[in-house]
Design a protein around this ligand. Structure first.
Ligand SMILES: Cc1cc2nc3c(=O)[nH]c(=O)nc-3n(C[C@H](O)[C@H](O)[C@H](O)COP(=O)(O)OP(=O)(O)OC[C@H]3O[C@@H](n4cnc5c(N)ncnc54)[C@H](O)[C@@H]3O)c2cc1C
Length: 564
């Protein structure tokens, strides 16, 4: 039977496409319903929500993805005992692939909400299915033939913006270079696009978007859906970094109804880390994206709803007659109601104080060092500013992909602010040159492309101008708390959220000055700025949520000692 020739799919074929034993299928029958499909009938259409996980009982189902202009590429043909579906079905998002019955098919169809029940109630079987769903998404990401198609110049700031947004949200996509790709040229002609209006994005549902915002694109591909304004969640979590995702996993797994908002992508700052080496349990290190993608899927497996990208604009003081309901204003015109709120909005990267910085952001000035940026800088010299662990990780990562990294630090040595292992690794890297006591004084370039960077030795005052096309900034972060203005949540002098004894009135160490509003992770005043600390607080806050909901009569708290 035809299968994809892609090496990753071939190498992981058995785990990606397992065959369930008859006894396993019998155990799954209570979660789904029997369906028949005629030969040639389309079961799933890319861009539309699939009926769920399709377990083939008899017959064959062919799964295809867009392989190129007007061409479909077969990924796999499922036979009896195999199932069609991938991560999109976990949260009833639109399918990324097509599935068709190539002969008469009898199937067991498990809808998305019941699929989550399978994963939770059938531990061993659930593990096999979950692993297959995750590997299939990885396969789709690597083959880059499904999802939206971005057409534009590969180094255009808006192409990079849209590409970065999709990559950070784990969404398969492809970029067709308007300058060199013949498919791009054909599509530009077919859609009558003026080249000055590029980039355009072709979505799997057939819609074409002209240089969309991230939110427009997310809505078109079904990544974010309207919020049900009438539903009252047990908890609304603002921020899907490590703290927010940990809180979501623990809260949802303990039966609370949870919604998580993030204005950009899941993963927060941790998602920007090229390699996290100090998080417990990963002796060889793990990329921040890989760690956070696991947490994101885990939270959805337990039923947490994700609203990404969706921004919390304001926490309203308005509550119901009993004073037990918070209202968040979200995005352009949505509202969300919750009995409690967890503030996990972390921190936002600091910018350099240079008048023309903004004109180079997106195309030449980066706050993230992922494979997308590394590809842009291949074979070039780059400058990187910062002296913390995030700067160290990015410098080491880029050094293996670029000609040279100039690492600029304002202080006298990296040792004062960077972990020892990173300082040693930087010393061992011949193409990283550290310039201590150095600051950037000017940027120069044209049309959004940086051409030179001028820096100054703070001790001697000497200035040097270097030809540099890409500049990376890792110079710390400020708290994301502007959205808490006018809602009586007490902040410290630097804008971080006060909790526990620090703000007097709170009942719990993580509770803010407003009952039922908690703060965790980097946004919390006095927190340790580490992934493990954020995750720990995410777990810890759930006990406080139970206690609060029990106190206000909204929920029964778990037995003493918590749940495991
Ligand atoms: C490049 C880099 C490398 C790092 N490496 C390491 C490491 O190796 N080890 C380590 O322990 N730590 C590391 N850190 C630090 C670690 O990533 C942070 O301590 C951790 O991410 C904090 O988690 P958080 O969930 O509290 O906040 P964040 O990670 O900052 O997440 C907050 C989230 O909230 C969202 N948000 C903000 N405002 C709103 C709003 N109004 N509405 C909706 N969403 C909102 C943001 O988009 C963001 O996704 C690194 C940090 C960086 C930047």
């Amino acid at each position: 039977m035809p299968q994809s020739a892609h090496p990753l799919i071939a190498a992981r074929h058995d785990q990606m496409f397992p065959t369930l034993a008859p006894a396993e299928i019998d155990r799954l029958r209570r979660f789904g319903e029997a369906r028949s499909y005629a030969a040639g009938e389309r079961i799933v259409k890319a861009g539309e929500v699939s009926p769920g996980l399709i377990i083939v009982l008899s017959g064959k189902v062919e799964v295809t993805q867009g392989g190129g202009l007007d061409r479909r590429e077969t990924i796999v043909t499922h036979g009896p005992g195999q199932f069609a579906g991938e991560l999109a079905q976990l949260s009833a998002r639109p399918s990324l692939v097509d599935a068709m019955a190539v002969e008469p098919v009898e199937a067991l169809v498990i809808p998305s909400h019941r699929l989550r029940d399978v994963l939770v109630r059938e531990a061993e079987l659930g593990e096999h299915i979950m692993r297959a769903l995750i590997l299939r998404r990885v396969g789709l990401l690597e083959t880059g033939a499904s999802g939206p198609t971005i057409i534009g110049r590969a180094d255009h700031a808006d192409v990079l913006r849209l590409q970065g947004f999709l990559a950070r949200n784990g969404q398969p996509h492809r970029v067709l270079d308007a300058d060199g790709d013949p498919c791009a040229k054909t599509l530009i002609e077919r859609f009558h696009v003026d080249p000055h209006h590029l980039p355009i994005v072709l979505c799997p549902n057939g819609k074409a978007l002209r240089n969309p915002s991230e939110n427009e694109l997310a809505r078109c591909i079904g990544l974010v859906r309207p919020i049900d304004a009438t539903k009252i969640y047990d908890v609304a979590i603002v921020g899907a970094g490590p703290a927010g995702l940990a809180a979501a996993v623990y809260a949802a797994s303990e039966g609370l109804s949870v919604i998580v908002l993030d204005c950009r992508a899941f993963g927060g700052q941790a998602g920007a880390s090229a390699r996290i080496e100090n998080y417990l349990g990963f002796p060889t290190g793990i990329s921040g994206m890989a760690l956070m993608a696991r947490a994101y899927n885990q939270a959805q497996k337990f039923g947490a709803e994700m609203a990404i990208p969706d921004q919390a604009n304001q926490l309203s003081g308005r509550a119901d007659a009993d004073g037990r309901r918070y209202v968040l204003s979200v995005g352009d015109d949505e509202t969300l109601q919750a009995r409690s709120v967890v503030v996990a909005s972390g921190a936002l990267y600091r910018r350099l104080d240079l008048a023309n910085l903004a004109q180079f952001e997106g195309s030449s000035v980066h706050y993230w060092a992922s494979p997308i940026e590394a590809r842009l800088c291949g074979g070039q010299e780059v400058a990187l500013v910062g002296a913390g662990n995030s700067a160290g990780q990015a410098a080491v990562y880029l050094a293996s992909r670029v000609k040279k990294v100039w690492l600029l630090a304002r202080g006298g040595s990296l040792a004062a602010s960077m972990s020892h292992y990173l300082v040693e690794r930087i010393k061992a890297q011949p193409n990283i040159e550290v310039l201590a006591e150095t600051e950037i004084t000017a940027l120069d370039g044209h049309g959004g492309s940086l051409e030179t960077v001028r820096w100054r030795d703070r001790a001697s005052g000497e200035e040097t101008t270097h030809p540099i096309r890409h500049l990376f900034l890792f110079i710390g972060a400020d708290p994301n708390t502007a959205w808490l203005a006018r809602c009586d949540v007490a902040l410290d002098a630097k804008g971080f959220v006060r909790t526990g004894g620090d703000c007097g009135a709170a009942d719990h160490a993580l509770e803010t000055s407003r009952a039922g509003v908690f703060a965790i992770g980097d946004v919390r005043s006095g927190s340790v700025k580490r992934v493990a600390a954020a995750v720990g607080e995410g777990a810890q806050v759930v006990a406080a949520l139970h206690a609060y909901l029990a106190r206000t009569g909204d929920h029964v708290a778990p037995a003493a000692g918590g749940r495991t």
